[in-house]
Design a protein around this ligand. Structure first.
Ligand code: SF4
Length: 251
């Protein structure tokens, strides 16, 4: 990606980047790299690991899993959905982004993060140097909650096996929980998002490395927070680099 395009995506994120004429944007400084790396530690006592239930989907490959989800009636959301929203992207991605649930646009199109918030997520990904196709994107819930209300715990519990199987199949190096609801649901905590940011967490019995950031829908409502989201993504990049180098970022 050219610097110009990347800067455009950063501007979409609301990140001010000052570049002297004819000078390429500087890479992150040592201090910038070290600060988040130092913070790559667990957020205090981690919640109890979520153990995958002995559910039929736990051994399925992609297509049978997709078919199972599209026919699912495990929770009442099946009655109000237009269609299920399974997930999209590279099935062997090193990065996995997980949001909370489909909205109206996603329910209509059958793909996660395609509305205005989805466009901002795409810009966030591009600012990191990714196309949507490079990563895998999924939600905690595969069906839209009516009126875009928050997922109910019992709905998330019913849907959990599908997401866990998706994570197993993708086997990402790093998961990014997108938004408070996804982060709290995945980590089984009610800790505020602000306190979950800037730390590496372990997800589930397998201890998948996970970091959190704001939901792009929140960023659209609160554009002043975009800079923090960019900080989260820089932090995620540092955690990812450390994981790829074989460093321990989790207890
Ligand atoms: S939200 Fe999940 S558990 Fe509920 S009907 Fe849809 S696919 Fe099934």
């Amino acid at each position: 990606m050219t610097d110009g395009r990347r800067l455009a995506y950063l501007e979409a994120l609301g990140v001010d980047v000052y570049v002297r004429r004819g000078v390429a944007p500087a890479p992150a400084t040592e201090a910038e790299l070290d600060a988040p790396a130092r913070a790559a530690r667990p957020a205090g006592p981690l919640p109890p690991p979520v153990v995958a239930a002995a559910v039929p989907e736990a051994t399925l490959d992609w297509e049978p899993l997709r078919a199972m989800v599209s026919a699912c009636t495990r929770c009442p959301l099946h009655a109000t959905r237009t269609q299920t929203v399974f997930g999209v992207g590279n099935p062997h991605a090193k990065w996995m982004f997980i949001g909370e649930a489909p909205g109206a646009d996603e329910d209509r199109q059958g793909e996660p993060f395609v509305g205005r918030a989805g466009q901002l997520l795409t810009s966030m990904l591009k600012a990191m140097g990714f196309a949507r196709e490079d990563v895998y994107i999924a939600n905690v819930l595969k069906c839209r909650p009516p009126g875009n209300r928050d997922p109910k715990p019992e709905e998330a519990a019913q849907c959990r096996g599908y997401l866990e199987r998706q994570i197993e199949l993708v086997a990402p190096t790093l998961i990014v929980a997108v938004g408070r609801i996804a982060a709290q649901n995945l980590l089984a905590t009610d800790t505020a998002l602000a306190r979950l940011r800037g730390k590496a967490h372990a997800l589930g019995a397998r201890g998948w490395p996970l970091v959190v950031t704001y939901h792009p829908a929140y960023l659209l409502r609160s554009p002043g927070e975009k800079r923090k989201a960019w900080q989260d993504l820089l932090f995620a990049r540092q955690v990812f680099a450390r994981l790829e180098a074989g460093e321990q970022v989790l207890p």
